[in-house]
Ligand binder design. Structure first.
Ligand code: ATP
Length: 337
C-alpha cells in the first residue's frame, strides 16, 4: 500500500481558497494519499482574530516541512509586515524557484520559453529597514550579505546541475549599486568556479529585460536578488500567458512551501473564474518533491492535453476561454482517467 504524505495547506486570501481547492482535488484524483493539515494565515484571518501569521501555522510548517500555500494578503496601514515575507524570513525559505514554460495551446508572441527563475528570498530591499532621516527624507536599506548571496548562488548552480540545465545568468545593477549588487556578483562568480560545467554570464538588468522580451528562449536559469526576482517573475509570466500559469516553490534546507507567483487577485476573488493552473502546477512540484513523480507526470500530461485541445469551453478567461475554475479543473481530472 502506498504511504500517506502529510503536508500543511494554507488556502490564503482572495482567489486562494478557489485555486488551492482545485489543486487539492486534482492531487486527490491521482490517488496519492495526502493528510492535509489546514492552517490559517493572511488578511481574512487577521480580520477575525487580529493576527496575520499565527505561531501555530509556523510551528506546523516546521513540523511537517512541506506545504501547499495560496496567496495571502497583508492588511495595509496597520504596521503588519507581509505574511509572505514573514514566512520566508522566519523559516529561512531563502530560495524561490519559478519555472516559466511556454504551453501548447496558449497563444503568445513567444514559443520555446523554458527558463527558471531562482530568486533570493530573504534580504535585499525586502529587509524592511526603512526610516525617516529628517522630515521629507526617507531611507530604505538594501541589505546584501556574503552569506545569503553565496547560499542562493550555490542553490542556483546545484539546481542547474541537477536538472540538466546549461547556463546561469545573473541580472544586476552593479554599475549603480556597486557595493550591494557588486557583492552579489562577486559571490556568484566564486560559486561558479566550483561548478565549471555550467556556463555563467551577467547582464545589467535593464539590458536583460530588453533581451528577455526580444527572445526569452535564450535564457535558462536566472539568478536574481529579491526585488529583481519579484519583478522578473511577473514579467516572465507575461511571456507565457500570465500569472495564471506560473507555479513556484520556496525552499530552506529543510522546508519546502509550494506557492504560485500570483497574488490574491481581489478583482476576481469569489467569482469562481480564477485560473487554477498555477496552483495545480505548484501541486505537481509538491508531488515531485515528495517523490510522487508518476502522479505529478500524470497531472502535467492532463493539463497539457486540455490546453492543447484549444477548447475555449475548458479553459479560464485569462487564457482565452470561457470556463470557470471548476470546469477547467474538471477537464483536467477527466483527462487523468
Ligand atoms: P500581490 O501584490 O499579492 O503579488 P498583485 O497585485 O501582484 O498581487 P495579483 O493578485 O497576482 O497581483 O493579480 C494581478 C492581476 O492578475 C489581476 O488582474 C488578477 O486578476 C490577475 N490574476 C492573478 N492571478 C490570477 C489567476 N490565477 N487567474 C486569473 N487571473 C489572475
Amino acid at each position: 500500500m502506498s504511504r500517506t504524505h502529510t503536508a500543511v495547506l494554507i488556502t490564503g486570501d482572495g482567489i486562494g481558497p478557489e485555486v488551492i481547492g482545485a489543486a487539492r482535488r486534482v492531487i486527490e484524483a491521482t490517488g496519492v494519499k495526502m493528510n492535509w493539515i489546514e492552517c490559517p494565515a493572511g488578511l481574512e484571518h487577521f480580520e477575525k482574530h487580529g493576527e496575520v501569521l499565527p505561531d501555530a501555522t509556523l510551528e506546523a510548517l516546521k513540523t511537517h516541512k512541506v506545504a501547499l500555500k495560496g496567496p495571502t494578503a497583508t492588511p495595509i496601514g496597520t504596521g503588519h509586515r507581509s505574511v509572505n515575507v514573514q514566512i520566508r524570513q522566519k523559516l529561512n525559505l531563502y530560495a524561490a524557484v519559478r519555472p516559466v514554460r511556454s504551453l501548447d495551446g496558449i497563444a503568445t508572441r513567444y514559443k520555446d520559453v523554458e527558463l527558471v527563475i531562482v530568486r533570493e528570498n530573504t534580504e535585499g530591499l525586502y529587509s524592511g529597514i526603512e526610516h525617516e532621516v529628517v522630515r521629507g527624507v526617507v531611507e530604505s536599506l538594501k541589505i546584501v550579505t556574503e552569506e545569503a548571496s553565496t547560499r542562493i548562488a550555490e542553490f542556483a548552480f546545484k539546481y542547474a546541475e541537477s536538472r540538466g540545465r546549461k547556463r546561469v545568468t545573473v541580472f544586476h545593477k552593479a554599475n549603480i549599486m556597486k557595493m550591494a549588487d557588486g557583492l552579489f556578483l562577486k559571490c556568484a562568480r566564486q560559486v561558479h568556479e566550483r561548478h565549471p560545467r555550467i556556463e555563467y554570464n551577467e547582464l545589467i538588468i535593464d539590458n536583460g529585460c530588453m533581451q528577455m522580451v526580444r527572445d526569452p528562449s535564450r535564457f535558462d536559469v536566472l539568478l536574481l536578488d529579491n526585488l529583481y526576482g519579484d519583478i522578473l517573475s511577473d514579467l516572465c509570466a507575461g511571456l507565457v500567458g500570465g500569472l495564471g500559469v506560473v507555479p513556484g516553490a520556496n525552499f530552506s534546507e529543510e522546508i519546502a512551501v509550494f506557492e504560485s507567483v500570483h497574488g490574491s487577485a481581489p478583482d476576481i476573488a469569489g467569482k469562481g473564474v480564477a485560473n487554477p493552473l498555477a496552483a495545480i502546477m505548484s501541486g505537481v512540484m509538491l508531488l515531485n518533491h515528495l517523490g510522487e513523480t508518476e502522479a505529478g507526470a500524470r497531472i502535467k500530461q492532463a493539463y497539457n492535453a486540455v490546453l492543447a485541445s484549444n477548447d475555449a469551453a475548458v479553459r479560464t478567461r485569462d487564457i482565452g476561454g470561457q470556463a470557470d475554475t471548476a470546469a477547467f479543473t474538471d477537464a483536467i481530472i477527466a483527462r487523468m482517467k
